[in-house]
Design a protein around this ligand. Structure first.
Ligand SMILES: C[S@@+](CC[C@H](N)C(=O)[O-])C[C@H]1O[C@@H](n2cnc3c(N)ncnc32)[C@H](O)[C@@H]1O
Length: 288
């Protein structure tokens, strides 16, 4: 079998070469992936790649890029290879201990921003990179938050991202399961909990199943364990009139609404993601 073709040394042909390899490997967005990875490997902006197609790259830049292309061929997501993910206009560090934040979760952040009162206090359960809590604090300089995660390693990444975005002084981090480490009451409780039924994890695409931590995906036998825990504990941690906002998986809306209604809440809002799926539910306690 002939050896693999040497990569070209100039920007445009290098991108064409890399996109071809990614296309052959079955990647859905080979051109975009190749460009994002070359930006990371060569330390160049999108504009520089577009405006300087004949730019000559150094040997070490090409070697680093080739290693990244090999990881992407093995279906590792671009954001994990780069260690960075854009969320709501900001860049967040992503590690093997955190979920790679998804664009759909911006729906959760936007719903929470709409419900958070002036100078409001919020609690995010299961913070991961902290993309959601940090977005709320960055958008609302009057807000304070607590973010929890059962994974101390994930919370270390939350802390790093909070420093990066200048909100660490308004964010308290607590390690533990759901409400266990939490004291006090909040105007808003929000969560994007694990919601994949355990048996379905093996059927997910390799980009997800092999790289997102199982702790961030596994919602128990029917995918709803976390919602039961959150619905059971929320009332004791809400101010009067406070809200609970949760992200949900496609098609889980009715069952999750029923869990919260049985725990004494009423549904006050539901929002769709860009794909038209109901992605986020908001509840308020029914006052007696
Ligand atoms: C789907 S990820 C969401 C991460 C982040 N909020 C986001 O939207 O990108 C769920 C998070 O919940 C955390 N988690 C799982 N079980 C938990 C538990 N029992 N208590 C608190 N957090 C938990 C996971 O470690 C993970 O960071």
């Amino acid at each position: 079998m002939p050896g693999r073709m040497m990569p070209p040394e100039r920007v445009k042909p290098l991108l064409v070469w890399a996109a071809g390899r990614l296309r052959d490997a079955g990647c859905e967005t080979p051109d975009l992936d190749a460009r994002l990875l070359l930006q990371g490997a060569a330390g160049l902006s999108r504009e520089e790649l577009i405006l300087e197609p004949d730019r000559h790259l150094a040997g070490e830049q090409i070697t680093a890029f080739e290693a990244m292309i090999a990881r992407r061929e093995a279906r590792e997501p671009v954001s994990r290879i780069r260690g960075e993910r854009e969320f709501h206009g900001r860049s967040f560090r992503v590690t093997p201990d955190t979920l790679d934040p998804r664009p759909d979760t911006e729906t959760l952040a936007e719903t929470a921003l709409a419900l958070l009162p002036k100078a409001g206090r919020f609690l995010e359960l299961g913070a991961g990179t902290g993309a959601v809590a940090i977005t709320l604090l960055a958008e609302r300089p009057d807000a304070y938050g607590i973010a929890t995660d059962v994974s101390a390693a994930a919370l270390a990444v939350t802390a790093e991202n909070a420093e990066r975005h200048g909100v660490a002084d308004r964010l308290v981090l607590l390690t533990g399961s759901w409400f266990a480490p939490v004291k006090g009451v909040f105007d808003l409780i929000l969560s994007n909990p694990p919601y994949i039924p355990a048996a379905e994890i093996a059927t997910l695409s390799p980009d997800v199943r092999c790289f997102d931590p199982r702790l961030a995906l596994d919602g128990g036998a029917d995918g709803l364990d976390a919602y039961r825990a959150i619905a059971a504990g929320a009332a004791a941690h809400l101010t009067p009139g406070g809200h609970v906002v949760v992200e949900i998986g496609a098609g889980q809306g009715l069952e999750i609404a029923a869990i919260f209604v049985a725990a004494g809440f009423r549904l006050v809002d539901q929002r769709q993601d860009l794909g038209g799926h109901i992605r986020c539910l908001a509840f308020q306690r029914v006052e007696n």
